[in-house]
Design a binder for this molecule. Structure first.
Ligand SMILES: CCC(=O)SCCNC(=O)CCNC(=O)[C@H](O)C(C)(C)COP(=O)(O)OP(=O)(O)OC[C@H]1O[C@@H](n2cnc3c(N)ncnc32)[C@H](O)[C@@H]1OP(=O)(O)O
Ligand SMILES: [Mg+2]
Length: 242
């Protein structure tokens, strides 16, 4: 007969296999030398009630770019940052009061590109379940957590069309997450949703309930190919504008 593990051990095992999967997808510094401006986001993973959750923020309404949109703690690279991890940790401290030494950084995933053509690197890190965010009101109006599984098995999902300035068109994921405890709804879409879905695919290794832009049997290579195609369309346009 199989005996169920008591919760602490099960939690530990889940954490270990998630870390192992994430390390297989670590891109290290492979995309660090691309000649576009850089930004980083921190994808903070935390275990609540035995399940992995992601911490997200709502951008302050007075910000010039993307006010009121849901995003991960993060921002543009500054001269003092030695790499993408430094940027993500510095920004997370500035925006939600997360001390860098309280983050167990596991990997960097394949980057994305934002509206301003920054190469945005997602840095994945575990944070303690006791972490209490202190949002910096200049940049962040709210902080919330979503079960990671929601990004492969959502109850409220749609796609939105998009077109970039370089003429690249496609569709974006859009999740509506109802936080029943707080009686609030959050719209998670675009680049933020793109990173959350990829993270959930990496960790759970199973098919989502909606269509994704990857070959799920070759997740690493198809994610890199998608990124390089997008990057090439932007880079070619930048060159032709010179
Ligand atoms: C592809 C497009 C989409 O997907 S749109 C769909 C939904 N939206 C998203 O998914 C959000 C995607 N965007 C992001 O995650 C972020 O914009 C990324 C790319 C990480 C860039 O980070 P972002 O937060 O804009 O940059 P940042 O944190 O460096 O700066 C934000 C602005 O805040 C300002 N700021 C900085 N410190 C202070 C402070 N102490 N007091 C007041 N303001 C401050 C910065 O100057 C910056 O302002 P500005 O943007 O330069 O005007
Ligand atoms: Mg920011």
């Amino acid at each position: 007969t199989r005996v169920a593990c008591p919760p602490p051990i099960r939690r530990q095992r889940r954490g270990i296999s998630a870390r192992r999967r994430l390390r297989e997808f670590d891109v290290g510094d492979r995309f660090s030398r691309l000649p576009l401006p850089k930004a980083s986001v921190l994808l903070p993973l935390t275990v609540r009630a035995g399940k992995l959750h992601l911490l997200l923020t709502v951008r302050a309404m007075q910000l010039r770019r993307s006010p009121g949109e849901v995003c991960f703690p993060g921002g543009k690279r500054e001269a003092i940052d030695k790499d993408e991890i430094d940027t993500a940790l510095r920004e997370a401290k500035e925006e939600v009061g997360l001390q860098p030494e309280k983050v167990e950084v596991v990997c960097r995933l394949v980057p994305g590109i934002d509206k301003m053509n920054h190469v945005v690197t997602p840095v994945v890190g575990f944070i303690e379940d006791t972490f209490q965010a202190t949002p910096n009101p200049d940049e962040v109006s709210d902080v919330f957590v979503v079960p990671l599984e929601y990004f492969v098995k959502p109850s409220n999902y749609k796609t939105l069309p998009y077109k970039t300035s370089s003429g690249y068109s496609g569709w974006m994921h859009c999740f509506i997450y109802d936080d029943h405890e707080r009686k609030m709804s959050f719209k998670i879409w675009g680049l933020t949703a793109h990173f959350a879905v990829f993270l959930a695919l990496v960790i759970f290794g199973k098919h989502p309930t909606f269509k994704v832009e990857y070959d799920l049997d070759n997740l690493i290579s198809s994610a890199e190919t998608n990124f390089m195609n997008l990057y090439a369309s932007i880079y070619e346009r930048k060159k032709s504008n010179l």
